[in-house]
Design a protein around this ligand. Sequence first.
Ligand SMILES: [Zn+2]
Length: 345
Amino acid sequence: MKAAFIEKHGNLDQLLVGNLNIPKIKQNEVLVQTKFGALNHIDVFLIRGWPGLKLSMPHVLGSDGSGIVKEVGSTVTTVSEGDRVTINPGLSCGKCKFCLSGSQNFCKSFSIMGENRWGTYCEYFKVPEENVLKLPPKFSYELAAAAPLTFLTAWRLLTTQANLIPGDYVLIHGAGGGVSTAAIQIAKFLGARVITTTSDQNKMEKARALGADHVINYKTEPDYSKKIYSEITEKKGVDVIVDSVGKSTFSSSLRLLKPGGRLVVPGATTGPTTEVDIRQIFWKQLKIFGSTMSNQREFREVMKLVFEEKLKPTIDKIFQLEEIIEAESYLNKGRQFGKVLVEIS
Ligand SMILES: [Zn+2]
């Protein structure tokens, strides 16, 4: 089968497109003929590798994917050949106390599709039955591939973790990224007032079109914190901040929160270490939540809203599988607004 894979770690040019054998499924697994894959930042981290990561090569990338069920294992009962499906890219053992109590993303063997097993950038991928979700009739394969990872991440962090409620002011840094664009929509759906930051005019307009109430260009308004505090929230501060930027925004995020405010941290793209004024945390009795991926319930909750078109993933651009290096470098440059897809077949 045609696949995009690496044979060793390095830069983007380590990505190859060639032929590999179709994976063989176990009794509890499903083989899916891929229609679309969707890119995520984990792809580039995987290509580079990290200390302790041991992949058996060649390794196929891709965490999100949609397609048609081609074959099912002997114990599979919930899907059958010909079903149109998408997947939950969060994989867990299914047997430990965390999995059995519905906290799959705390499982010791939790991993992401394409991380410790072959991913979706190939003509056929395999996945455990419990990770497969049937699409409603006519629901597009493009949207079905674009939604899962970013929407489940944004859903968990805004609902379970931050407990966002109607009327809350929420600041979402960096409109344009997959999780941020999902978070803007989810926050509006939950009735919050959305403030977002970005660096170009084009993205500002798109963020407004998604429903953001206040869009700030942090390049032309470097003093944007003051504007948010004094003008937008009338010196009250923000209820919830989604900060995946890390180093360059973390301390200003703490300052911008109102007493009792909640900071949710799903990543740290500009760097993992920074200086923090700890007094901000106890004076204002702030709550800080980490968040990563979701459990099965959260995945199904948010996908139901996506299927009902109450939430609609933003697709920026679709590449062909052969253009995978171009697609990954496009994502890496951060020019996109929403998801970047690869069409497989
Ligand atoms: Zn487990």
